[in-house]
Design a protein around this ligand. Structure first.
Ligand SMILES: Cc1ncc(COP(=O)(O)O)c(C=O)c1O
Ligand SMILES: [Zn+2]
Length: 413
């Protein structure tokens, strides 16, 4: 099958496939179109049963054609963990956590970069750059390393240091930027032509949305070809929301599923909440960007949910329309709520990034407000691992002992 065309998510225009510049003349985002009749010939519920546990099991719905160009580190097919104890305590029917922290780079970003870097390989590109709040940088670094492509990552300086430190280990040229993610993006745009970089920023190319789309495909398959009622997702640039929405439309068009779309809930951090403001129609993009300047970046013990810190999502309009069409909502949570949620999940054995924990905090708030209903089947996305956000030295309160007696002294203090 040949590579599909692109279509505009706003005006529906069709264009030939391209690797860069995903903006239509109307300002809408261009997405990959597939010949679904052709796809349906080999992608069936039965054929999937024989395929290996990887996001590449949906290869007909991914834009990489030659297996030699598929750059894989074992991403996808992450567990969907049921939370039965909480189902008994909370006013909802079923609760699941999609454990995206189990991807090869410790975050869901593995999915998008597996496809984006595969497309680079397919196009014969040699250098790629990304502005990133951390996890995308690590993922580009790892997948580019695997593909033999040079990676350049530009990371706001308040991002978790372990995530930053990992990038050079994968061989990426790594710099910290004194500013926000859009400042990092501006630096890449300034040097893109001179340096010969392909910009893999959010919605700058088609691969990242297509890769993240597999979260939705997997979720539907893991739930026995149904959709949950509600998806709660920590949202920054929003490519995960766009990707999952697209995946559900494709599954419906293929006739795999015939039920209502899930209600999408975008979770953001208080103080950087353009989607929440957009849903409330209370604030403009500029106001949201100004808002973000007030965010504290020096949390000593409570790590920052930097992945959600995107003051200007590249296609806010599309995100708002998905939330609205699905009957969803957007909600902001505080650092304190995130810290408490991290401990709740930890007590259940789940290592969650602040962004993942934010979905737990949001779920509790939506139970309290009655927005979540007792009949709802709810899925939360734990997008990354707590360890990536660990701050070295903050465990100073943990005692060091040599004997059991010393342990008892410590216990009795
Ligand atoms: C851990 C984590 N969660 C959520 C997000 C936001 O994801 P999206 O870009 O799909 O909105 C990011 C983005 O950097 C992230 O690193
Ligand atoms: Zn258009």
């Amino acid at each position: 099958m040949k590579l599909g065309e692109l279509y505009c998510s706003r005006c529906s225009a069709r264009l030939p496939f391209r690797y860069q510049d995903m903006k239509c003349d109307c300002g809408g985002t261009l997405l990959v179109a597939y010949d679904l009749e052709q796809v349906a010939k080999t992608l069936t519920k039965e054929s999937l049963q024989l395929r290996y546990s990887s996001m590449w099991r949906y290869r007909e719905l991914l834009p990489v054609r030659d297996p030699a160009n598929m750059i894989s580190l074992g991403e996808g097919w992450t567990p969907l963990l049921r939370m039965p104890n909480w189902e008994n305590k909370l006013p909802l029917k079923q609760l699941w956590i999609k454990r995206e922290e189990q991807n090869p780079t410790g975050s869901f970003k593995s999915r998008g970069f597996a496809v984006a870097v595969s497309l680079l390989k397919q196009a014969g590109a040699t250098k790629a750059a990304v502005p990133s709040n951390g996890n995308a940088a690590g993922a580009l670094a790892a997948y580019a390393g695997r593909a033999g492509i040079q990676a350049f990552v530009f990371i706001p300086m308040d991002c978790p240091s372990l995530i930053v430190d990992e990038c050079p280990l994968y061989g990426a040229t790594t710099v910290l930027v004194d500013g926000f993610i859009h400042d990092a993006a501006a630096i890449i745009e300034s040097g893109r032509v001179e340096q010969g970089w392909v910009n893999l920023g959010t919605l700058k190319e088609p691969g990242r949305v297509e890769g993240k789309k597999t979260m939705g495909l997997e979720l539907a398959e893991q739930l026995g070809w149904t959709f949950p009622d509600v998806i709660i997702y920590p949202t920054g640039g929003g490519s995960g929301i766009i990707g999952m929405w697209k995946s559900f439309l494709e599954l419906k068009a293929l006739g795999f599923i015939d039920c209502d779309m899930p209600r999408f809930v975008c979770v953001q951090e208080e103080g950087c909440q353009p989607i929440v403001d957009g849903v409330k129609k209370a604030s403009s993009k500029t106001a949201a960007a100004e808002n973000a300047q007030h965010l504290s970046s020096v949390g000593k013990i409570i790590p920052n949910p930097t992945g959600m810190r995107v003051p200007n999502p590249p296609d806010l309009e599309l995100l708002l329309s998905i939330v609205e069409q699905s009957g969803g909502t957007a909600i902001a949570v505080s650092k304190e709520q995130i810290a408490a949620a991290t401990l709740s999940l930890g007590a259940d054995g789940i290592s969650s990034s602040p962004e993942g924990a934010a979905t737990w905090a949001a779920m509790l708030a939506l139970c309290d407000s009655g927005w979540l209903r007792p009949s709802d089947r709810v899925v939360l996305f734990n997008t990354s691992h707590a360890m990536k956000y660990a701050k070295l030295g903050t465990s100073a309160a943990i005692p060091i002992i040599k004997t059991y007696d010393e342990f008892m002294v410590y216990r009795n203090l």
